[in-house]
Design a protein around this ligand. Structure first.
Ligand code: UDP
Length: 240
């Protein structure tokens, strides 16, 4: 199951918060370079890489629409545009490090990115280009986690790697329970039953329905992405 180099095509989900310091806002150069370098290392190892970027470092639709005059749908479109900012920054930084990269967007921003077209996305991967998928699913009321699940299935990725700021999934909230235990393995049924906080329900049920494996791991530990890609037992693995 965990044989090294078992993954040929990977979908990596990086939340917006990965682009800035804890509690920060926007894009910080150091964090950006760190993410880009880790992504480049994966590509250089010969693994095909699709990255889905979040936008929470700029805006989250639900929070932004909470008590204002801005409808949720508009706030969500704003959130999707925020992911485009992260995607463009990641693209340029990866290319500066020598890795050909293409941003593909789910909403049309044709002056800065090509549209997401499944067959073209797969072609980029086959040619050794990293693809950065921006604007989530292109629909309000969804999340970039759901986008990660959807696109992983579309491009037939072997696994979704969800980079977070924690080491993985705990059996209870580690902020409330000091004895919370880090799980190394779990099933989607368990995630649903115990209401473990991994991804939103739409994303979870999609992964469960289509039997897509997921690894949740800590992005902040240097070289962690490469370790997960190599099949090391890091973080929490959720198997269908
Ligand atoms: N969003 C959306 N549809 C999608 C993906 C994202 O409407 O398919 C919006 C939504 O408002 C979300 C925001 O974009 O809050 C940023 O994405 P997300 O919260 O998933 O980013 P992350 O938490 O991963 O940084």
């Amino acid at each position: 199951e965990n044989a090294p180099r078992s993954y040929k095509r990977i979908l990596l989900k990086i939340s917006g918060e990965g682009f800035c310091h804890e509690g920060g806002f926007g894009i910080e150069a150091g964090e950006l370079k760190n993410i880009a370098q880790q992504c480049v290392d994966i590509c250089k190892s010969g693994v095909e890489l699709a990255v889905v970027v979040g936008g929470g470092n700029f805006i989250r639709g639900a929070t932004f629409a909470e008590d204002g005059h801005i409808p949720r749908a508009t706030a969500d479109y704003m959130g999707m545009l925020a992911t485009v900012l992260n995607a463009l920054a990641l693209q340029e930084t990866m290319e500066a490090l020598g890795q050909p990269t293409r941003v593909m967007s789910a909403i049309s921003v044709h002056s800065v990115a090509e549209p997401f077209i499944r067959r073209r996305a797969v072609r980029h991967l086959e040619k050794g280009r990293c693809i950065v998928l921006a604007a989530g699913t292109g629909n309000p009321f969804f999340t970039t986690d759901t986008c990660a699940a959807l696109r992983a299935h579309e491009i037939a990725a072997d696994v979704i790697l969800k980079a977070t700021k924690v080491d993985g999934i705990y059996d209870s909230d580690p902020k409330k329970n000091p004895n919370a235990k880090l799980l190394t393995n779990a099933s989607y049924a368990e995630v649903l039953e115990k209401q473990l906080r991994v991804m939103d329900l739409t994303a979870i049920t999609f992964c469960m329905d289509y039997k897509i494996p997921l690894v949740v791991f800590n992005l902040r530990k240097q070289g962690n992405i490469a370790r997960v890609v190599a099949g090391e037992n890091i973080g929490t693995k959720i198997v269908p």
